[in-house]
Design a protein around this ligand. Sequence first.
Ligand code: ADP
Ligand code: MG
Length: 340
Amino acid sequence: MKVKELPKDVVLKIAAGEVVTGCFSVVKELVENAIDAHAKKIEVEIEAGGKEFIRVSDDGDGMSVLDLKEAIKPHTTSKIDTVEDLHRLTTYGFRGEALSTIASVSRMVIASKLHNDESGAKLKISGGLITSEEPYYGNGGTTVEVFDLLFNTPARRKFLKSAAVEGRMVTEIIQRFILSNPNITFSYIRDGKTTYDVPGTLSLKERIKLIFPEISTEDLIEISHFDENSGIAVKGFITMPEKTRLNRFGEMIFVNNRYVKQFELNYALERGYGETLEKGRFPFAVVFINIEPGSVDVNIHPQKLEVKFSETSRVLEIVKRTVRKAIHEQGTYKIKIKPI
Ligand code: ADP
Ligand code: MG
């Protein structure tokens, strides 16, 4: 026979191609796990853009020793049981792929302990194989360390960008988490330097100010709308039409707290500005769209960067109208034509 089943480690390394698209995607998966585990405090540390070292540490639920050993196997999750659960999803994760694939292409140390247990476990894993196991007496929560990402798939490691570029991408991911999780305390250390230290008490507006010091908070308009018929809520901050930029990078859109890159949503936001937005200019915006989990499918993109709404045009219309209303209400705003 020519057709045969692939060895397990090959399957994992192929799957890792989807999950590990850069250091940023590893950080994203680990921070999402921390948030899913109800962490109130998350610390992220990277070295050389994450190529040498990534550590994500949380004070969340933690795992029992047995769960920890299960969690690093492929397709194991505590977040869903059935396909139907995909329509009730309130967690970032559900594929059960991150820990197993990251572990298969790195040297990983993972330590976890439930808050009420005296001890948990600390596992060292190299290329997917557990090389040591010892009890762990740290605080309740989980710490994952990832060394030498893609060390055992050198061809792929070559595709990692420079430390500076990888690091910048990680920083962007962290910024999005800081914006979308205002109750969590984040600390982010890059090459030994504390880049962010954000207490969980900081409001969204204060977080925007901290992350984008170039944005004057006076120029921000709050948007907030709840559509009773559909249950769709749109919230966040946008800049006045005259405070625009030459690219779309300042438009950050989240669906059920997931950062998405979905141009139809950007267009809807921009259409909300109508003619007040000059051609070729784009607002700064941090927009949260909240919708019932049953009305949105997040399982259409391996990186979960796009979602599928059951009623797309309705969502787009509500985004547009929310923005339009906010801009109209600011009609008396003193216009200072000065692009940021
Ligand atoms: P998923 O997040 O899709 O479930 P992962 O491979 O990322 O898959 O994680 C597997 C399981 O390990 C999770 O479902 C969760 O039960 C557990 N887990 C992972 N990270 C943490 C963490 N930081 N704290 C507590 N449990 C965790
Ligand atoms: Mg996960």
